[in-house]
Design a binder for this molecule. Structure first.
Ligand code: HEM
Length: 368
């Protein structure tokens, strides 16, 4: 498809007509194209105001709202601020590795890859540590569209989640601290910078992004190193390659398969195709990341690859806000894991690994 028709007209599983983009060059162009909009309510004369609290955030908005919403959270995620968290992330990583050392058998996802980014994002936001497990359940429910608990609906989880956020925000209003949630609530109280619904939307986005992505960066990188023992050896001999190894893993097996949806805001020609107003556009990020016109030997996992302008974090104005954090967590996690347990092996054949459901996330459920 990528070689023959990189901008492919199709009907998506939910019946919507649209375009699937698989070529690298076309993907970059689409992600930067302002006529592909994120807030589809505009197509019907509506506004973000009518949207659910889960979608009133920067990822589903266009300028000028996008600039304002992203600006409010940006300061907490600059490379310099994130670099300042290095020691704390190392501490959390070492603590998880200590706990793993006490166990006979481990599941690398549950025991390591999941808790690390959750603890970090919860600390940035200011979520009380005793409540972290609830966030994991709710976030999983939202992404997979199933509660995972017999007799419990996703709807019930969403209600519990919104109620929790409301109570948490009220407590924070009474007693502000030096965390991101206190700063966002201040912005909300000042009135015109952040509405209450947007506050819910932003916090939800950060929690989901913090739970559902970096876990798979850690998991997929580890699996690829196991599958390519010569690359693992190279990394052990040359630990300075860790940054490149993480970039290669992001390119080769990106945790986010597809971009979020965009819609054509008007009729126009794109990459030689006639696009009609209202049509859906989705970019297959991992297909673009293996485009042979952009990457030499794209099907080879090669941690010493020098330049890798992959699209695992997207590009354009919606380029991942959490990329510096995800990269730092990935580097610390993989380096320290390999240092401490250089000979970890899978307990089951690779073919028995179970991949997560859904179109968005690429990662396995467990790594025993
Ligand atoms: C946006 C991937 C980790 C926060 C995005 C997008 C991608 C992405 C592909 C753009 C989607 C689009 O344009 O349709 C990833 C990957 C991660 C990761 C692969 C881990 C390896 C994180 C983390 C956070 C985060 C840890 C924050 C805690 C965000 C936010 C946006 C975003 C807020 C929306 C940016 C905007 O609309 O301006 N991410 N992400 N991400 N990501 Fe990430």
């Amino acid at each position: 498809l990528r070689a023959g028709d990189p901008v492919y007209k199709t009907r998506f599983p939910d019946g919507q007509q649209g375009w699937l983009i698989t070529g690298y060059e076309e993907a970059v162009e689409a992600l930067k194209e302002p006529r592909f909009i994120k807030d589809f309510s505009k197509l019907y004369g509506g506004s973000m105001d009518g949207m659910s609290v889960f979608t009133q955030n920067m990822l589903f908005s266009d300028p000028p709202d996008h600039r304002r919403l992203r600006g409010l959270a940006q300061k907490a995620f600059t490379p310099r601020v994130i670099e300042g968290m290095k020691e704390r992330i190392e501490e959390i990583t070492d603590q998880l590795l200590d706990e793993m050392e006490q166990k006979k058998e481990i599941n690398l996802i549950d025991d390591f890859a999941f808790p690390l980014p959750i603890i970090v994002i919860c600390e940035i936001l200011g979520v009380p540590s005793e409540d972290r497990d609830k966030f994991r359940i709710w976030s999983n429910s939202l992404i997979e569209g199933s509660s995972g608990e017999p007799g419990v609906s996703v709807y019930q989880h969403m209600n519990d989640f919104i109620r929790y956020l409301g109570e948490w925000f009220s407590r924070t209003r009474l007693e502000t601290k030096d965390d991101l949630i206190s700063k966002l609530i201040e912005a909300e109280e000042e009135g015109d910078r952040l509405t209450e619904k947007e506050l819910y939307g932003l916090v939800t986005l950060l929690i989901i992004a913090g739970h559902e992505t970096t876990v798979n960066l850690i998991g997929n990188t580890f699996l690829n190193l196991l599958k390519h023992p010569e690359q693992k050896e190279l990394l052990r001999k040359k630990p300075e390659l860790i940054g490149q190894a993480i970039e290669e893993s992001l390119r080769f097996d990106g945790p986010v398969e597809f971009s979020t949806s965009r819609w054509a805001g008007e009729n126009f020609q794109f990459a030689g195709k006639e696009i009609s107003r209202g049509e859906l556009v989705v970019v297959a990020l991992n297909a673009a990341n293996r485009d042979p016109d952009q990457f030499d030997d794209p099907e080879v996992f090669e941690i010493s690859r020098e330049k890798s302008p992959h699209l695992a974090f997207g590009t354009g104005i919606h380029h991942c806000l959490g990329a510096p954090l995800a990269r730092l967590e990935g580097k610390i996690a993989i380096r320290r894991l390999l240092d401490r347990f250089p000979d970890l092996k899978l307990r089951i054949p690779e073919s028995e690994l179970k991949w997560r459901q859904g179109m968005i996330v690429r990662g396995v459920k467990e790594i025993p």
